[in-house]
Design a protein around this ligand. Sequence first.
Ligand code: ADP
Length: 273
Amino acid sequence: RSSLSPLRKINTVINSYALARQREIETLQKNAEFRREFIADISHELKTPIFATQGYIHTLLDGAIDDKQVRMKFLKKAAKSLDSLDHLVQDLLTLNQMESGVIKFSFTEFDLKDLIQEVIEELEHKASKREVTIKLEAEPGKNYTTLADRQKIYRVCQNLIFNAVKYNHNGGEVIVGIKSSKNQIQVDVKDDGQGIPPEDLKRIFERFYRVEKSRSKEKGGTGLGLAIVKHILEGHKSKISVSSTVGKGSIFSFQLPLEKEKKVQEKEPTEAK
Ligand code: ADP
């Protein structure tokens, strides 16, 4: 054995300690940078609806209030800006609670097809304004029972189907396909809208990432919907995937576990005494 070996050992220990400290410092620096970026992003996002509301109110105070028609127009615009501010704050709170693990998931058994049907009914009115149709494609008689957090999966389907409507062209079509196989149920939300360029595809799940900033804002988007979808599905040990072709459309897909359908228990006939 070489006499240097204990020294080498000490050296190795010191080196690995230094490396661990270096990594810790890097993590702390990354966290601080993440926080700084997050605050900068939020401030920027909050500014838009706040500035808009301020603008409408100042215009009213500068005299527009005297004309009934103009007054109504500006008040409606101010109310709309405040609604989008409220929407943004709600989404931020949800995302923050999810990222910090505060939000608990509450799992129950339910029919995923019924849930999607409910979401479609809720969004049909908004879709019809742009003559977009939403179709559900499912095999009749199949079991679509899953075990998941119903409220949160509702949110996932709502965000995906609403995006498919929002980023579609007037008169477009959204098809929600639901397939149940041996152990799982697959949901595909397909649109024939504008599609997403390949370089943006991997970034759309990041908070506040938008392909076309102005178009998304004009459609009332917060840029947080897909980040929320991703977190909810991670909480179900599932993930969201997407494939898209510019000018042709996109398909967003996810899977949930398939549970056995609960049969209504038939009562044993009681013997007459
Ligand atoms: P937003 O609130 O802006 O809709 P999301 O997080 O839901 O935010 O989506 C992020 C971005 O991904 C959108 O701004 C949009 O550019 C793009 N996107 C999402 N869904 C679609 C879709 N079905 N077709 C085309 N682009 C989409």
